[in-house]
Design a protein around this ligand. Structure first.
Ligand code: GUN
Length: 299
């Protein structure tokens, strides 16, 4: 059996289209333009690429993009003052502080200084708590994207056995909470899990988010299971000397033979993250203005 390939590029484009439609309605019917502020401290090249891409896509769906680029040696007090200003700016509905921050800045303190209602990353401790207690909150973008793809493929996830491999705060834990909320039976597996292969083989859904290139091979996957690969790992190209290639946490070529559906890397979960950031911004804007939330764009 060869799996259905879940095309994240196509799916992300449909999410952005839905966001664009909702943004147009907010402008036409209410005179409101959602605004996303992105804060970048320093000049990390990968972060610069992400921030540029976020800004471009924000504008493409019709929202306002506010970029704040700060010096690498910006003090914590200055960064907190900027966040306070954005928290109090009614034209800003979403705030994202690009991580990682330079070492001298306390990441937890900075993230928790963002107004939880504008925390489009869903990293604020109060959003984490609300997600884990099943309350309406801002949900981290990558797990939200995975959930959207799973719901699209399966319809209802109720009663399915899901194994999330990886226990990070950004992906593994919120993913597990979202699947639990959709009535899956959820196990979080990690580096100390006993017989992790058999555990994964027993799952209807495997979400791989460990950051280890091609760790999960086809013999870990149950016949017909759905595999969502969150990993993005750059490795030396096996055939082309001096070149590199992107691979996931799943060994695609063997897993595709066992799975019922699978996301590729690149072109799977990756494009969904920014699409969900835009979705979260429009959701935050609707909530801030007491308006109906966009359907199909929230958890
Ligand atoms: N750095 C890499 N990915 C992310 C993300 O999703 N959010 C933030 N704030 N920083 C990141």
């Amino acid at each position: 059996m060869s799996a259905k390939i879940i095309d994240g590029k196509v799916f992300a484009a449909t999410v952005r289209e839905k966001v664009g439609t909702h943004v147009a309605r907010l402008k036409d019917e209410h005179g409101i333009t959602p605004g996303l502020a992105v804060v970048l401290v320093g000049e990390d090249p990968a972060s610069q690429v992400y921030v540029r891409s976020k800004g471009k896509m924000t504008v493409e769906v019709g929202m306002n993009s506010y970029e704040h680029k700060l010096d690498v040696d910006t003090s914590e007090a200055d960064l907190l003052a900027l966040i306070d200003q954005l928290n109090n700016d009614p034209t800003v509905h979403g705030i994202l502080c690009q991580l990682p921050l330079p070492k001298h800045l306390n990441e937890d303190l900075v993230i928790n200084s963002i107004d939880p209602a504008k925390d489009v990353d869903g990293f604020h401790i109060s959003n984490v708590g609300m997600l884990s207690t099943g309350q309406k909150s801002m949900v981290p973008c990558t797990p939200l994207g995975c959930l959207m793809m799973l719901r699209d493929h399966h319809g209802s996830l109720s009663g399915m056995n899901a194994v999330v491999v990886g226990r990070s705060n950004i992906v593994g834990k919120p993913m597990a909470n979202l699947l639990l909320r959709d009535s899956c039976t959820v196990t979080i597996a990690h580096s100390r899990t006993k017989d992790i292969e058999a555990l994964c083989r027993s799952a209807d859904i495997v979400v791989a988010a460990v950051g280890r290139p091609e760790m999960i091979t086809g013999d870990w996957i149950g016949e017909g299971a759905t595999v969502i690969d969150v990993g993005i790992n750059r490795i030396d190209h096996p055939e082309k000397e001096g070149k590199t290639k992107l691979v996931g946490d799943v060994h695609f070529e063997s897993a595709v033979e066992k799975a019922g559906a699978i996301t590729p890397v690149p072109g799977g979960v990756g494009p969904m993250t920014i699409a969900c950031l835009l979705a979260n911004t429009v959701t935050a804007c609707c909530r801030a203005n007491g308006l109906a939330e966009p359907e199909g764009l929230t958890a």
